[in-house]
Design a protein. Sequence first.
Length: 259
Amino acid sequence: MNFGIKDKWGLVCAGSKGLGRACAESLAEEGVNVVIVARGTEALAETAAHIGNNTEVEVRTVAADITTPEGRKEALSACPALDILVTNAGGPPAGNFRDFEIADWEKALHANMLTPIELIKSVLDGMIERKFGRIVNITSAAVKAPIPILGLSNGARAGLTGFIAGLSRQTPMHNVTINNILPGAFATETMNGRMAAMAEQSKQTIEEVIDSRLNAIPAGRFGDPREFGQLCAYICSAQASYITGHNFLIDGGVYNGTL
Ligand code: NAP
């Protein structure tokens, strides 16, 4: 299928590794020129080179912290008129909520709720004017089924999800859609960190934690970030203009519910 987005421009936040990188790669494979943002320059350069060597698109990189106003300004000024926005940032740390201070909550809210909202505020009206826009927020399966040790993530991402539920119904008449993708367990650096935290908390070895996690995944494996990127590219396609306000869970069957 031709996704009809060749020559569009996309901004992929937190795009040098893991799920963000996979989204940037899949969009580039569909002919989308991409601006990728991350703080570390090494992975950013490696990802840009990989995309540049494997596609014909233009790739720009911005080394910045997307959770700061300066970082967002830099990222947005590296893009021409934007057609596609993928919001993403590192997730908040795991822990017992009794140990979280207000500053921890503020950090989580900035990274996983307010940053996407600020980015959307900056690009939405231009998309509406140009009659094309696709916004995808990378959130978490924890939005649908909260994970006890990820209280900061459960809370901050639920706030974003509520906001998007309202906004996403105000834009599809302009061919601008807003959706969230909720990853379950994908094989990325962040996931490895989570496994280590769980092992420490539960006094198990990492191997034991991995085994019990895999046992709970009907697919019997962790997700491949490429599968995530390809779903993102479809949601950003011309064909997906009738899909807005959805929370796409991609978790290998872990969520055990009829709807
Ligand atoms: P990852 O493989 O560790 O990659 C994280 C990416 O985000 C890197 O490119 C990192 O680059 C960038 N980044 C982090 N903080 C940033 C910031 N403040 N500004 C700009 N870039 C930033 O992580 P992932 O697994 O893809 O996770 C992506 C998101 O999905 C996270 O919010 C995570 O909590 C969530 N999630 C992941 C899973 C999973 O199984 N993987 C499950 C549920 C939810 P720099 O560090 O160089 O900036």
